[in-house]
Design a protein around this ligand. Structure first.
Ligand SMILES: Nc1ncnc2c1ncn2[C@@H]1O[C@H](COP(=O)(O)OP(=O)(O)OP(=O)(O)O)[C@@H](O)[C@H]1O
Ligand SMILES: [Mg+2]
Length: 405
């Protein structure tokens, strides 16, 4: 009989190409893999849910696969969110602590963050994350945690990630219709970074780009904090569509050719190799040079990284990538893409494979699962941090009351 346990955590990544579901178990602070499900997504278009019923069915199938493997029943999950509607912006605000110097409390930090976040957003915008970059205490900048320090004025530089409220609600509704309550939402790029990027890289400056099916989400860390988030409206499916049009083949055949023979650098492909194409229904199979595939894919790869470079320049972070660039998402698997990334961004690039959970199958240790695993790791880490804060607050209150007795 399947179990319903309190120590199980479930995460859902309803992507444009694949719907992924993961169940993990938390024992003595350690996460352990229990089960996963991956199915083709239905009902999504251009990175957002366009039809509820097929999307609900995909979520149901992925969750059921995972539940069967885990031998458990899940009623709640954490979701990741991404797509063309994601926006990131930097804001600054602060509070005066009065004329007398005094110690900064966690409440002061919250008040400063509240001031920095109080910007007017368009009606359909929902804040997903408030990410402090640095605190400035009087004239002193570069502070990561000001609690316990002494000063007159506390300011904070904040990165605010927002999404379309209706796009977010669509995923929540689909999850609900699949019998799952959504407890938390995590930005896909933050999740992918959590699973693949080290603290040293975040400190030096690094850009992660998660190349999904319909969009590519990016996030830049500098001096340990999130400096920039954005979305490029090109994903792996744009490469497949170019092949379908250029080679006159069906979309599924184009997808297969891309994964099998694709290369984003024309000169890496031999001039002599030829491959046979089935072509459109009703036409005879044809033979083409493999190089032709590279000739179609390379301009799209250059366009993607050209747009990324412009985006980073506009965000003022192009020169901040001391540790280079990390590629995740299924689109990162295209042969030759790292070379294009390095030549366009002029920094080292690597594929980001997620850190494995205990007992996790090798199948999940792939760049397209970085968001799924990272969502789990991010929510676990942040909930541990919140619990530690609550604990220290309770300890302080206990000390105050003990002292007043
Ligand atoms: N071996 C491969 N070579 C090239 N591209 C690949 C390969 N494997 C997968 N892809 C591409 O990766 C894309 C899917 O990536 P992923 O599974 O990360 O997307 P998703 O999370 O479902 O979508 P999104 O994040 O945009 O919502 C598809 O466009 C697919 O063609
Ligand atoms: Mg994705």
């Amino acid at each position: 009989m399947s179990q319903k346990a309190d120590n199980l955590i479930a995460v859902l990544d309803a992507g444009s190409a694949k719907t992924r579901f993961l169940i993990a178990e938390l024992n003595d602070g350690a996460l352990r893999y229990r089960g996963h499900g991956i199915v083709d997504s239905a009902g999504t278009r251009k990175g957002v849910i366009a039809e509820l019923a097929p999307a609900v069915q995909s979520i149901n199938q992925a969750a059921t696969q995972a539940e069967d493997r885990a031998d458990a029943t899940i009623e709640q999950c954490i979701i990741s969110i991404g797509g063309p509607h994601i926006r990131g912006l930097n804001s600054r605000g602060g509070i005066s602590l009065g004329t007398r110097l005094r110690e900064i409390t966690r409440e002061d930090v919250r008040a400063a963050v509240d001031r920095a976040r109080s910007i007017s957003l368009p009606p359909d915008r929902e804040i997903i994350h408030l990410l402090p970059q640095q605190f400035v205490l009087d004239e002193q900048a570069g502070i990561h945690d000001p609690v316990g320090m002494v000063g007159n004025r506390l300011e904070v530089n904040l990165h605010i990630a927002t999404c379309s409220a209706s796009a977010q609600q669509s995923i929540v509704t689909c999850a609900n219709k699949a019998g799952l309550e959504v407890t938390e939402t995590v930005l896909e790029s933050i999740a992918a970074a959590e699973a693949t990027i080290s603290a040293d890289e975040r400190e030096l400056g690094v850009c992660l780009i998660d190349i999904g099916a319909s969009t590519s989400e990016l996030i830049v860390f500098f001096e340990g904090s999130v400096a920039h988030t954005s979305v490029i409206p090109i994903g792996g499916d744009h490469f497949s569509n170019d092949l379908a049009v250029g080679l006159h083949v069906t979309p599924p055949e184009a997808e297969w050719i891309k994964c099998q023979y694709g290369n984003a650098v024309v000169t890496s492909v031999s001039q002599l190799t030829e491959i046979e194409l089935q072509g459109m229904p009703g036409f005879e199979p044809r033979v083409v040079r493999q190089r032709l595939i590279g000739e179609i894919l390379e301009p799209r790869a250059r366009e993607l990284f050209h747009m990324l470079r412009d985006n980073l320049r506009q965000g003022g972070v192009l020169e901040a990538l001391g540790a280079g660039c990390v590629l995740t998402g299924g689109g990162a698997r295209l042969a030759g893409l790292l070379d294009v990334a390095e030549s366009q961004l002029r920094v080292p690039a690597r594929i980001g494979s997620p850190v494995p959970l205990s007992r996790m199958p090798q199948e999940l240790a792939q760049p397209e699962c970085a968001t799924l695993i990272g969502t789990l790791l991010y929510t676990h880490r942040t909930s541990v941090m919140r619990a530690a804060e609550d604990h220290s607050l309770r300890a302080k209150l206990r000390a105050i009351f003990a002292g007043s007795l």
